[in-house]
Design a protein around this ligand. Structure first.
Ligand code: F6R
Length: 620
């Protein structure tokens, strides 16, 4: 995915847009670009991010250029899809005349046909991007219709297939910015009278305005001469829905912490408190989930449940499915969003007795959007477990629950994961209360959920030890993670964190499966992290630990507070609070988050911006 941002008004536009580009770095950071409309034409500065440089380097490049006090600028963060990261592929992209400049987030599916068409008409295409073709297409349409930019843009966007949000400027129209949306997110606001900002997310705008508009698919905003005109792709006047932008400036900074990832790890007690605030009670009704209650009768009639997500959200999905099976005694299955189309997952399902929970931090993940479309086409209800309020996935679902953890900026998901697990526990309680749980069981279950935020403190008390452990493993290129039951999802999540922020090949394996092959990796001193919690599987895990210790492995145990026997058995222990295993996954995941963080930092990596990644994956 990429980020786009623009400002047009009476202030100097470049500093505002530059700040917006920095705030949207989580959306992509392999290249940055700025374009400003000036009396002398459109001036563009765009660069691939050098391996050893950060955003300040780009700021310095921008500062070298005289933008002639431009009041109209657009900016871009790139996460490469079509064409490698390079200066030429960075945005803004321009047409042959360099009069049209645009920034683009999304992918154009009819890229090849458009390229052939434009080449045949003599356009000179300089980059490998699909985005550049849009600028040429507008140029072409403009030539065909006697120079009218407005109808040229409308004609051009109607020829594009795929997902795109665009911000377009034209050298002959000094105050013009055109925002176009289909599939990729886009919001805009009048930040003060006659001054406008447009962006992929509210983050660049909230400093200036709280009231904005959420541009929907098939909508265009023409901003010119201090006025915004809202149109459909069919060139009809429309009214775009107003929204209030949430979040605070504070949430966009990592003050007091060296990285967003660490800040977001430490925020978990407070943010998880918000996830459950006003929702879980130790007395009747035990649970209140306002976003789900309108569909509760339908939900209670269901006997088959799917939990669908990608990456970290898929790991959370596994836990949701297991909670439903174990506590509600219903059929429940987790599926990776990208696999929904590969298997006939709904085979034999009765649509009115089936529900799919779709899980996403960003609410933008393309694989999940495609999965939702496929599931809904078969008449099955999708309910969201989503963080970003009003995001595409939240709007595609009939109802659902928000995570309430605020913006997650670090690319590796941390607080969203634990809030997803807690939300699934709340859903389990909601259904259990109406289906099969006794009053006492509800009280116990509610008390356990309520205990989670506070008990994470125990992990933070061991942060120095975890850091020391990370230091001792800094030269490892591989390690193994073992778990059973619910903790299989915990170690999958732990391995993902270590892989993405520390670039360590972390092999997650079901402890019981280890002897069927992975044990071949074990040799003296090979580090193996075992989730060795005090639960029904403890005895089997002890057996597995002894098998690998017999072969010389160095065993780091994530052990339950008070389980001294286990702590003595392993070579090094990290203690997690005594919670039932479906919830013990939360503190155990926090241990892995901290370990991955310190490993990444000790190995010298920028953990907030891991190689090749972006915060939301909007390509399918
Ligand atoms: C890993 C990570 C990704 C996301 C995945 C889904 O730390 O962040 O694996 O979990 O791309 O993203 P969302 O939850 O936004 O749908």
């Amino acid at each position: 995915m990429c980020g786009i941002v623009g400002y047009v008004g009476d202030e100097y536009a470049v500093p505002i847009v530059l700040e917006g580009v920095e705030k949207q770095e989580y959306r992509g950071y392999d290249s940055w670009g700025i374009g400003a409309n000036t009396e002398g034409g459109i001036i563009i500065v765009k660069h691939k991010k050098p391996d050893d440089q950060e955003f300040d380097w780009f700021v310095e490049r921008v500062m070298r250029v005289d933008f002639c006090s431009s009041r109209n600028a657009i900016g871009h963060n790139r996460w490469a899809t079509n064409g490698e990261p390079s200066d030429i592929n960075a945005h803004p992209q321009t047409d042959c005349t360099r009069k049209i400049a645009l920034v683009h987030n999304g992918t154009i599916e009819n890229y090849r046909e458009l390229k052939d068409f434009l080449l045949a008409r003599g356009h000179i295409i300089k980059s490998e991007t699909d985005s550049e073709l849009i600028a040429h297409l507008i140029e072409d349409m403009q030539k065909q219709n006697g120079g009218n930019i407005r109808s040229a843009i409308i004609k051009a966007v109607n020829q594009l297939q795929g997902a795109f949000s665009l911000l377009i400027m034209h050298a002959d129209h000094p105050t013009l910015q055109v925002a176009v949306k289909k599939g990729s997110p886009l919001v805009y606001a009048e930040v003060k009278p006659s001054c406008f900002m447009v962006a992929s997310s509210p983050l660049p705008i909230i400093k200036y305005a709280r009231n904005g508009k959420d541009i929907e698919d098939g909508q265009i905003v023409f901003i010119e001469n201090g006025k915004a005109e809202e149109l459909s792709f069919a060139d009809e006047k429309i009214k775009i829905n107003p929204i209030i932008f949430e979040g605070t400036e504070e949430e966009l900074k990592h003050e007091g912490f060296p990285h967003f990832m660490l800040k977001e790890i430490y925020e978990q007690p407070c943010k998880l408190g918000e996830t459950i605030a006003g929702r879980v009670f130790t007395h009747e009704p035990f649970i209140r989930l306002g976003g789900v209650e309108p569909v509760l009768p339908q939900l209670l009639a269901c006997d088959q449940f799917f939990f669908i997500g990608s990456g970290t959200s898929y790991r959370a999905a596994m836990l949701g499915a297991w909670m439903f099976k174990n506590y509600l005694n219903v059929r429940a299955q987790a599926v990776q969003a990208s696999e929904v189309g590969s298997h006939n997952i709904l085979a034999g399902c009765q649509p009115d007795k089936t529900v799919a929970f779709v899980i996403s931090q960003s609410g933008e993940t393309r694989d999940l959007q495609l999965a939702i479309e496929e599931i809904q086409a078969k008449g099955v209800m999708c309910l969201g477990i989503v963080n970003v309020v009003g995001s595409k996935i939240a709007r595609m679902t009939k109802a659902g629950t928000y995570l309430r953890v605020g913006p997650e900026i670090g690319v590796a998901s941390t607080k969203a994961f634990t809030a997803m697990v807690l939300s699934e526990a709340m859903l389990t309680l909601l259904l259990g209360r109406h289906k099969n749980m006794t009053r006492d069981e509800c009280i116990t279950f509610a008390n356990q959920i309520l205990a989670v935020p506070g008990c994470l403190e125990l992990i933070f008390q061991q942060a120095d030890e975890i850091q020391t452990l990370a230091k001792s493993m800094v030269d490892q290129s591989a390690l193994m993670l073992l778990g059973r039951g619910y903790h299989y999802a915990t170690i999958l999540e732990g391995a993902l964190k270590m892989t993405e922020v520390a670039y360590i090949a972390a092999v997650p394996e079901l402890a019981g499966e280890m002897k069927h092959g992975p044990i071949a990796l074990i040799k003296p001193k090979f580090p193996v992290i075992v989730v060795a919690a005090k639960d029904g599987l403890r005895g089997a895990v002890i057996q597995n630990i002894m098998e690998i210790q017999a072969r010389g492995a160095f065993v780091i145990g994530i052990c339950t507070n008070g389980d001294e026997e286990m702590q003595k058995l392993v070579d090094k222990s990290i203690i997690i609070p005594d919670l039932p295993s479906h919830l013990a996954t939360i503190p155990a995941a926090v241990v892995f988050q901290l370990l991955a963080y310190y490993l990444g930092v000790e190995r010298g990596y920028n953990v907030d911006k891991p190689r090749n990644l972006a915060k939301a994956v909007t390509v399918g």
